[in-house]
Design a protein around this ligand. Structure first.
Ligand SMILES: NC(=O)c1ccc[n+]([C@@H]2O[C@H](COP(=O)([O-])OP(=O)(O)OC[C@H]3O[C@@H](n4cnc5c(N)ncnc54)[C@H](OP(=O)(O)O)[C@@H]3O)[C@@H](O)[C@H]2O)c1
Length: 261
């Protein structure tokens, strides 16, 4: 099926590796031009070359998305480099572990600025470009902790549930402009950042990293982790022109992790 993504322009936040990078690649595979963002220049340059090799336009923008200025810079430079914006993917995020007792004011600010406020600010600055598109799309990336309680997930549950609320409000406000706003909710995904994270969890629990990983596999109906491309391909469908009547939804791509009906 032709998804109607050829020649569209997409901005993906936090996309030099992991899920954001997989989404950028799935979009490029469909002929979509992509602007990528990250702080580390070397990894970003490599990611841009890989996308360019697919025969589409790619731009790499170094910025810190934990500030409004960084989000604005990404949107303005990305729109300029590609010649407009049809699709915005709010993906950037990072897991900072902690509890109510252990987390101080500065750490909470870091958690919320990156995992929630970046979505708000990037959307704020992208709307005027998306309004010029014939089929504007916003996709937010949350996570299963926004749908189901998990032990030790205080710092991801709060931004993820707020993302679901934010996306729903934006879907209502931007429907008149024919802009759809949805959220994709990945399950445990085999990204680079999980290497050190699984090691850290293993140390705390007194088990091996493989045991941590196997335990997580066992919580899914499919009995395994997601590969980033599986999230990327689902995301490409959600933001495609073919998918024209879906808005305000949370799409779980989690291998059957959630168990409510
Ligand atoms: N992996 C999972 O199992 C999983 C599951 C559910 C949901 N999610 C969600 O999916 C999203 C991506 O997760 P991931 O595991 O793919 O992350 P990741 O592998 O850590 O990649 C994060 C990307 O964002 C960039 N980035 C981080 N901080 C940034 C900042 N301040 N400014 C600009 N760019 C920044 C990183 O590049 P630089 O470091 O160079 O800046 C990198 O390209 C997150 O929102 C996460 O909550 C992940």
């Amino acid at each position: 099926m032709d998804l109607g993504l050829k020649g569209k322009n997409a901005l993906v936040t936090g996309s030099s590796q992991g899920i954001g990078n997989a989404i950028a690649n799935s979009l490029a595979d469909e002929g979509c031009n992509v602007a990528l963002s990250a702080r580390n220049e070397a990894r970003l340059t490599q990611a841009v070359s890989e996308i360019e090799a697919k025969g589409v336009k790619a731009a790499g923008i170094i910025c810190d998305l934990s500030t409004e200025a960084g989000c604005k810079q990404f949107v303005e430079d990305g729109a300029k480099a590609l010649g407009g914006i049809d699709i915005l993917v709010n993906n950037v995020g990072g897991m900072i572990p902690g509890t109510l007792d252990s987390l101080d004011e500065d750490t909470w600010a870091t958690v919320l600025n990156l995992n929630l406020m970046s979505f708000v600010y990037t959307t704020k600055h992208a709307v005027r470009y998306l309004q010029k598109s014939s089929a504007g799309r916003i996709l937010c990336v949350s996570g299963v902790t926004g749908k189901q309680l998990l032990p030790g997930a205080l710092t991801t549950t709060i931004p993820n549930t707020a993302i679901h609320g934010f996306a729903k409000i934006m879907a209502e406000q931007l429907g008149k402009d024919n802009i759809t706003v949805n959220t994709i909710c990945p399950g445990f995904t085999n990204t680079e950042s999980w290497g050190p994270r699984a090691e850290g969890m293993a140390k705390v629990r007194g088990v091996s990293a493989d045991q941590v990983r196997d335990g997580i596999s066992g919580m899914t109906m499919l009995g395994r982790w997601a590969e980033p491309k599986e999230i990327g391909d689902a995301a490409a469908w959600i933001v495609s022109e073919k998918n024209s009547y879906q808005t305000g939804t949370v799409v779980e791509v989690c291998g059957g992790f959630t168990r409510y009906i």
